[in-house]
Design a protein around this ligand. Structure first.
Ligand code: MG
Length: 352
């Protein structure tokens, strides 16, 4: 029905030819012109627009896989239209939790998480008839990233290439760097709090290098329900599309003769300080998670372009958070303002 991209015109044109969607959004003006030129010369009836928020007008389910804070528009537009949001973009919920929450009460509006951990929790929670009463703890699993087990000293000079070597998941550069710092897990703790309404004391992180157990829920009687599968993002995407049914496609069953063990360990919160910073921002609430996420985006971008070392990422975020003004957001404008302020401070901190 609808497709969107930031600037990948060539791929988008191929997909338009294959799927003939009613509407296509492409944010980058130059790339949009290229797509328009290509389509106007063909028999295709696809409408080309700039705003990805327009997708919610025609689609029943919107998969939001935009990278970073830019995903907020899609999140808001989908919920406002009373549609299902299959959410892969965690930053929109983390930065704008207090503003997004009331939209979830709109008739038809619902969020089904695509983030594999939250998708696993969503599945595990279905084993209880009374989630508010029964849940004792959410246990988010983390692969630990490429630097699991490394000391702080040995991480002083890691390169971009090393940070982009994720052991189990194949993902974009921003989230892969976030996995290497454990900020991804920190953001997911806040995401879990926003999605499931569980307090920070009842959300734990367990390192599980095989990425087979995608997360777990501990209930008040001590029972733990987990979701296990091969690490393949197509499964959570299909889950969010088909819920409450199961997809007819199999994305690979676990071969128990190959899988000999599942390991679990505590995260190293001193070496991977980003995890702790995320818990702190989550507990402060208000615009603190928006600041954290924005500062992290700047720090990661700067790292990816060679401007700062990997070990500087938590330092930049922590220094930025020192300027947080404690604003309680009441509108999208408040969130946008928080995002801008945090980015400005973070940019200054990358120079220090
Ligand atoms: Mg995840």
């Amino acid at each position: 029905m609808a497709l969107s991209a930031n600037s990948s015109a060539t791929e988008l044109i191929e997909q338009i030819r294959e799927f003939e969607p009613a509407i296509v959004a492409i944010a980058d003006a130059k790339a949009r012109k290229q797509v328009e030129r290509e389509i106007s010369g063909s028999k295709l009836r696809t409408e080309i627009v700039g705003e990805s928020a327009r997708l919610a007008e025609v689609a029943d389910v919107v998969v939001n896989g935009v990278v970073g804070f830019a995903g907020l528009e899609v999140t808001m537009a989908t919920l406002r239209a009373g549609k299902r949001l299959a959410l892969a973009n965690k930053e929109s919920l983390i930065a704008a939790g207090p503003v997004v929450a009331p939209l979830r009460r709109i008739a038809g509006a619902e969020i089904i998480p695509v983030d594999s951990e939250h998708c696993a929790i969503h599945q595990s929670l279905r084993s209880s008839q009374n989630v508010d009463r029964d849940v004792a703890k959410l246990l988010l699993t983390a692969s630990g990233g490429p630097f699991r087990g490394r000391s702080r000293d040995s991480l002083q000079s890691v390169t971009v290439t090393e940070a982009l070597q994720h052991p189990t998941w194949s993902m974009g550069p921003k989230i892969t760097v976030d996995s290497s710092t454990l900020m991804n897990k920190g953001l997911e703790v806040i995401e879990a709090h926003e999605l499931f309404g569980v307090g920070y004391d009842a959300i734990d992180v367990v390192v599980h290098p095989q990425s087979i157990v995608h997360s777990m829920v501990e209930f008040r009687d001590g029972a733990i329900i987990a979701q296990l599968s091969m690490p393949d993002m197509r499964l959570p995407i299909a889950y969010a599309l088909e819920y409450p049914s199961r997809s007819a496609n199999s994305f690979g069953a676990i071969d128990w003769s190959e899988l000999s063990r599942l390991d679990f360990e505590k995260p190293d919160r001193d070496t991977f300080r980003c995890l702790q910073l995320a818990y702190e921002a989550g507990r402060i609430g208000g615009t603190a998670p928006a600041w954290l996420s924005a500062a992290n985006e700047i720090a990661v971008e700067t790292f990816l372009t060679g401007g700062v070392k990997w070990v500087e990422i938590p330092r930049i975020i922590e220094a930025t958070m020192q300027h947080h003004d404690g604003l309680i957001p009441e509108s999208v404008e408040d969130i946008l303002q928080a995002d801008r302020l945090a980015r400005d401070w973070a940019k200054k901190e990358t120079q220090n």
